[in-house]
Write a protein that binds this ligand. Structure first.
Ligand code: 26V
Length: 804
C-alpha cells in the first residue's frame, strides 16, 4: 500500500470513495485526513499484532509506565516519519493536489497533559518503541484534554477541548478487556477455612474501566508498542433510584484532565481518577503476567511498574492488596515484591505541588486501600522509632499519614526501590535538602535521570530543513544515534555551512512570521531577534522578569532616542491554570504591554511583543525551529528540569537562562561562550530562603529602571487598567518578591545586552548555534530511556526483526 506512489494513490482514492461515499472532488480535507489515518493504522496493525504476540510469548521483562498524563500532540506525522513512508505519501498526495502538511493540520492535538510532565511521558513512549523495548503506557482517556485558550481583550478565556468530536483514528476500543473498579462501601473481615484472617470489600459502587489502545510506532523498526488509555463507563449495576446520578458521576471520572490547579477544587474526583488508573492498569498487568508465569513471587523478575510522579502512587497499596487478599501472601513477602516491582520519578520540589490527601476523603472512598496505607505507615514509623528513638519530630515529618493527611510522596519513597530526579541539580536538591531525611535511610534508592526529548518529533519532524542540512553534512547515522550530532562541530568554522544554517533559520522565521500575522495580525521584522518564552505560566518561571525587561527597553528608547538596540521580537506562549489568578494577570500584562509597544511608531521597528494563544504541541513544533533566543529564566532551584530548553537547543537557539534544572547540563555541554547565564545560583536562593535577608523594596528604591517599570503597573501608564495589576505590584513589593524577580533584574538586563551584542556578529552567533545543535544529542530521550532501562527497570530490547 505504501511501497510506491502509484499503489498508494490507487489505494487512497478507492478508500476515500468507499468510506465517505463522495467523489474525490467532493471530499473535504477532514475526510481525506480520516482516510489516510485509517490506511496508516491498518498498515501498522500487522506489526502491532506481531509485537503483541512476541510480548505474550517471551520471558523478557516488561515495563509499564503509569502516568495520569500523556501529551501526545498530533499522531499522524510522527507515525509517517517513524514508518518511513513520508516520501511516498507526500508525493502521492501532491499528484492529487493535496498538501500533506495541510492534511495533517486537520488532526486535533491529543492534549491529555498539562505540560512538561505529560510531554515527557509522550517522548518516552516514542523512545521505548524506537529502542525495541517492551514498554507499555497506561493512562486515562479523558474526553476533554487540556482546555483551549482564547485571548479576548488580552485576557485568557478557557473553552473545553474536543479531540474526540470527529472520531479518533488511532485508538482501538477493547471492551472485552474491561475491568471493574470499586469505590465506597465497607471492608468486612472474616476467617477462611484455613483459619486465616481475610478481608472483603462490600457494598462498593463499581465503575467499568474500558481500555482504548493506541499503537506506538518505533522509528525504523517493526516494534509497535501500546499506549492503553482507560475510559470510565457505568458498570452493569441493577437499576436503582439514583441511576442517573450514578451514570453522571461515573462518566465524570474520565471526563476532564485536571489543569494543574492552584486550588483544592474537585479533590475527590481527582483521587477517583488516580485509583481508577491504578486499579485498571494493575489488573491488566497481573492478568498478562499470570498467563505466562505461575509463581507470583517471581513478579519483580518479569514486571517493572513505573509511576510518573505521585499521581499513580496508589499502585503501591493496590499491589499489596492483590498480593495479600488475592494471592494470600504474608505481609513481609508481599511488601518485598511490591518494593522490588515499583519505581518512582519525582518531578518537583515545590511544596504546594506535593500531593496530600485528607484522610476524611481517602478512607471512605477507598476503604481497603486506606487500611493498607495505614499499616504501611505504622510499620514504617516503627522502623523509624527503632532507628531514631525519641526523635518525635523527625518521625512526624517523615510519616506517611500525619495531621489527618496522606502524604503521597512519602508513600512513594517508602514503597519503591528507586526514586529519581529529572536533572542533576534537581536530584542533588532532593538528596541534600527536600528529601534528605529519606536519603539518609535509603541512599541506594536515589538516582538521577536527566530528562530528554524525542529528536524524531522535535527535530526530524518539526524542522525538516535543518534535518536535511545536518544529514548533508554528517550523513544520517545521527538519526538513530543522536550523540553523533557532535560531528557537526567540525563545521563550526565552515563559512558555507554557517550560511546554510542561517538560511534555514531564516526560512523557519518566515513561516513563523506568517503564523503570527495570521493569528495576531502583527507584522514582525524578519531581521529582528526571535526571542521566545513558551511554557506553562507559573510565578517561578518568571515570565514577569521577561516583561519587566521589555518595559525597561521601551522606557529607555522613549527617553533616549539614540538608544536603539538590535530589533527584537519577544514571543510568548503560555496557558494559566483557570483558577490561578496571578498567572492570568501576567497574561493580561503581556498583552497590555504588547498593545502599547506594538502601536508606538517611535519604537516599533525595534520592539515587538507577540502573545500566541493556545500554546500546545502542534504550535510548539512551528515555534522551536524559528527561535533564536530561548528564555529559561526560572528562579534557580525551582525548575526541576525543563524540557523546552532542550528543544530550543536542538533547533539551534541560544539559551539565556539561570543555573537551574537541565540548564546546568546544557551549560556544561556547550561551554560558557555559547550560552548566556545570569542571576543567582540555587545555593544563593536557598540561603536567602533559609536565612532571610532579601528585601525587594531596596531594589525598587535603588534601581531607577525597576522603580519606573514597577510603578507603571499601577500608575495609569497603561490606559484602562485601573487596579488590574495590583496583585503583581503587591507580589513584588508587599509579599517581598518570593521568586527574586527584582534581585535578578540587573543581571538579566546586562546579560540581555550581551545577547544583543553577540547577535551583531552573525557569524559568531551561527557558530554558537552549531555548538548547541552539535551537543544536543545527549538530550535525546533515547539516552534517558536507555538509562531507565539499564539502571532502574532492568529491561532489554526484545528483538523483533529490525529493518534498520
Ligand atoms: C504543579 C503545581 C500544581 C499546584 C500549583 C503549583 C504547581 C507547580 C508545579 C507543578 C508541576 C508538577 C510536576 C511537573 O509537572 N513537573 C515538571 O516536570 C517536567 C518533566 O520532568 C520538568 O521538566 C519540569 O521542570 C517540572 O516542573
Amino acid at each position: 500500500m505504501f511501497d510506491n506512489k502509484e499503489q498508494f494513490k490507487k489505494a487512497f482514492l478507492s478508500k476515500l470513495e468507499m468510506s465517505v461515499g463522495k467523489s474525490f472532488e467532493e471530499t473535504s480535507p477532514q475526510d481525506q485526513y480520516h482516510v489516510l489515518g485509517n490506511m496508516i493504522r491498518e498498515y501498522i496493525s500487522t506489526n502491532w499484532i506481531k509485537t503483541n504476540q512476541v510480548y505474550h510469548s517471551t520471558e523478557a521483562k516488561q515495563v509499564y509506565y503509569l502516568s495520569i498524563e500523556f501529551l501526545l500532540g498530533r499522531i499522524m506525522g510522527s507515525n509517517i516519519l517513524n514508518l518511513g513512508i513520508g516520501d511516498v505519501v507526500e508525493e502521492g498526495l501532491r499528484d492529487l493536489g493535496i498538501s500533506l502538511d495541510d492534511l495533517e493540520s486537520n488532526e486535533p492535538d491529543s492534549a491529555l497533559g498539562n505540560g512538561g510532565l505529560g510531554r515527557l511521558a509522550a517522548c518516552f513512549m516514542d523512545s521505548l518503541a524506537s529502542l525495541d523495548l517492551p514498554g507499555h503506557g497506561c493512562g486515562i482517556r479523558y474526553k476533554h484534554g487540556l482546555f483551549e485558550q482564547k485571548i479576548v481583550n488580552g485576557v485568557q478565556v478557557e473553552y473545553p477541548e474536543l479531540w474526540l468530536q470527529n472520531g479518533q483514528v488511532w485508538e482501538v476500543r477493547k471492551s472485552d478487556l474491561s475491568v471493574e473498579v470499586p469505590f465506597w462501601g465497607k471492608v468486612e473481615s472474616f476467617e477462611d477455612e484455613q483459619g486465616r484472617l481475610r478481608f472483603r470489600h462490600r457494598d462498593a459502587e463499581p465503575i467499568m474501566a474500558v481500555p482504548y489502545d493506541i499503537p506506538v510506532v518505533g522509528y525504523q523498526t517493526e516494534t509497535v508498542n501500546t499506549l492503553r488509555l482507560w475510559n470510565a463507563e457505568p458498570a452493569n449495576v441493577p437499576f436503582h433510584d439514583d441511576i442517573m446520578r450514578y451514570k453522571r458521576e461515573t462518566e465524570m471520572v474520565s471526563e476532564f484532565l485536571y489543569p494543574d490547579d492552584a486550588e483544592d477544587s474537585g479533590k475527590i474526583l481527582r483521587l477517583k481518577q488516580q485509583y481508577f488508573l491504578v486499579r485498571a492498569s494493575l489488573n491488566s498487568i497481573l492478568n498478562s503476567f499470570r498467563k505466562k508465569q505461575k509463581d507470583i513471587r517471581e513478579l519483580p523478575n518479569y514486571v517493572s511498574i513505573h509511576i510518573n510522579d505521585t499521581h499513580p502512587v496508589l499502585a503501591i497499596p493496590e499491589l499489596m492488596r492483590i498480593l495479600l487478599d488475592e494471592e494470600m501472601l504474608p505481609w513481609e513477602e508481599a511488601w518485598d515484591i511490591t518494593v522490588q516491582t515499583i519505581s518512582y520519578t519525582n518531578h518537583t520540589t515545590l511544596s504546594e505541588a506535593l500531593e496530600k490527601w485528607p484522610v476524611r476523603l481517602f478512607q471512605p472512598l477507598l476503604p481497603r486501600i486506606y487500611m493498607i496505607v495505614e499499616e504501611i505507615n505504622e510499620r514504617f514509623c516503627k522502623e523509624l522509632w527503632e532507628r531514631y528513638p525519641g526523635q518525635w519530630q523527625r518521625i512526624e515529618d517523615m510519616a506517611i499519614i500525619a495531621h489527618d493527611q496522606v502524604k503521597m510522596a512519602h508513600l512513594a519513597l517508602v514503597g519503591t526501590h528507586s526514586t529519581n530526579g529529572v536533572a542533576y541539580l534537581h536530584t542533588e536538591i532532593l538528596k541534600k535538602r527536600e528529601m534528605n531525611n529519606f536519603y539518609e535511610i535509603f541512599p541506594e534508592r536515589f538516582n538521577n535521570k536527566t530528562n530528554g526529548i524525542t529528536h524524531r518529533r522535535w527535530l526530524m519532524k518539526s524542522n525538516p530543513a535543518l534535518t536535511g542540512l545536518i544529514t548533508e553534512s554528517i550523513g544520517d547515522k545521527w538519526k538513530v544515534e543522536p550523540p553523533l550530532l557532535k560531528e557537526l562541530e567540525h563545521y563550526k568554522d565552515d563559512a558555507a555551512f554557517l550560511e546554510q544554517l542561517e538560511k534555514v533559520k531564516h526560512e523557519n522565521k518566515v513561516k513563523l512570521a506568517e503564523r503570527i500575522f495570521q493569528q495576531n495580525q502583527i507584522k514582525v521584522n524578519l531581521d529582528s531577534i526571535f526571542d521566545v518564552q513558551v511554557k506553562r505560566l507559573h510565578a517561578y518561571k518568571r515570565q514577569l522578569l521577561n516583561v519587566l525587561h521589555i518595559m525597561y527597553l521601551y522606557n529607555r528608547m522613549k527617553e533616549d532616542p539614540s538608544f536603539r538596540p538590535h530589533p527584537r521580537t519577544f514571543i510568548f506562549g503560555a496557558k494559566a491554570s483557570p483558577g490561578y489568578y496571578y498567572a492570568k494577570k501576567i497574561i493580561k500584562l503581556i498583552n497590555t504591554v504588547a498593545e502599547k509597544v506594538n502601536n508606538d511608531k517611535t519604537t516599533n521597528d525595534y520592539l515587538k511583543v507577540v502573545f500566541l494563544e493556545n500554546y500546545r504541541v502542534s504550535l510548539a513544533e512551528e515555534i522551536f525551529p524559528a527561535a533564536e533566543v530561548s528564555e529559561q529564566i526560572s528562579t534557580a532551584s525551582k525548575e526541576a528540569s525543563g524540557t523546552g530548553n532542550m528543544k530550543f537547543m536542538m533547533n539551534g537557539a541560544l539559551t539565556i537562562g539561570t543555573m537551574d534544572g537541565a540548564n546546568v547540563e546544557i551549560f556544561e555541554r556547550v561551554g560558557k561562550d555559547n550560552i548566556f547565564i545570569f542571576g543567582m545560583t540555587s545555593e544563593e536562593v536557598m540561603n536567602y530562603q533559609a536565612n532571610g535577608g532579601y528585601h525587594s523594596s531596596e531594589y525598587y528604591m535603588l534601581d531607577r529602571r525597576i522603580h519606573e517599570a514597577v510603578n507603571q503597573l499601577v500608575n495609569g501608564f497603561f490606559p484602562n487598567t485601573n487596579g488590574m495589576f495590583d496583585v503583581i505590584y503587591d507580589s513584588l513589593l508587599i509579599e517581598n518578591d518570593q521568586y527574586f524577580v527584582l534581585r535578578d533584574f540587573d543581571s538579566y538586563v546586562k546579560t540581555q545586552e550581551k545577547v544583543s551584542n553577540a547577535y551583531q556578529d552573525k557569524k559568531g552567533w551561527n557558530k554558537s548555534s552549531v555548538v548547541n545543535i552539535a551537543n544536543s544529542g545527549f538530550f535525546s530521550s533515547d539516552r534517558t530511556i536507555t538509562e531507565y532501562a539499564n539502571d532502574i527497570w532492568h529491561v532489554k530490547p526484545v528483538n523483533s526483526p529490525i529493518i534498520k
